[in-house]
Ligand binder design. Sequence first.
Ligand code: FO1
Length: 315
Amino acid sequence: MSAVVCLSGGVGGAKLLLGLQRILPAGELTAIINTGDDFDHLGLRICPDIDTALYTLAGLANPELGWGRRDETWTFMQTLEQLGGETWFRLGDGDLALHIERTRRLGDGQLLDSITRVIAATLGIATTVVPMTNDAVRTRVMTDLGELDFQHYFVRLRCEPALQSCRFVGAETATITSAASAALTQSPRAIVIAPSNPYLSIDPILALPGMRELLRASGAPVIAVTPLIGGNAVKGPTAKIMRELKREISPLAIAEHYRGLVDGFVLDECDSALAAQLAIPCAITNTLMRSLADRERVADVALEFADSLRARGAR
Ligand code: FO1
């Protein structure tokens, strides 16, 4: 019982993944990553949340954007623009190599989990980075403009259409990757739900048949880290989406969303007054992860909290 499993989406979740990777011994973290954002673009398979996890864990992430690579050049995009091509989804020159290589391997019949494993090893990443499934699951959002593909809504339209609901096409018949199931069944020390968007990034993972059951049967404390600080998302559209979905914009609504699944909730210190209203135990810390030290601190608080829940018999 030593490994830690973290369920994560892209930018926000990857910060916590990096904190966990830095405080845990090499090889003791498995990251189960949302693939509902994946799509085919310019003939390439793009897996944004996997890419963000890989770049972040390898120390290659673009610090300003959160996605893509640091020190990136954009000759391909500029040339594509001159040619009148589609440039709403920006692919940097270095990043492009990852999508081309992944697409080539998929074309050769390799599966997404083994491709991700090879790339993570090449990048020297100590964490086991696992797509939630090898099957196609595609997030589609119903908005006031009708139903849209996820990246069309998220990047092309900058989340401007009002969200009404989400569905994860293909999830009902998708199979959880074997490395993800193995990590959840080999008596993990803790399962952490990263501060990713619950509706867009974590729900696709939870929608896979058997996932909720595996989490509950793992015997490990399951804890979630709030993606909301004082009624605002650190980055991204979580608060806007909650308003549109007519949820209270509060960590309490996030905890409620995970009710029956999580044993504990990590609140930001500026929301500490809410602790008394939570039906489950909570830990309180500054959850804003600006520096590397912040990422390590939040990771540390999350794991200590999980350990204390286990010791208390809460799991
Ligand atoms: N996000 C953007 O807001 N604009 C982009 O042009 C963009 C390009 C991109 C390329 C590769 C990649 O792996 C991710 C990229 N993202 C971009 C991020 C991404 O699509 C979203 O942040 C996630 O899907 C939400 O988790």
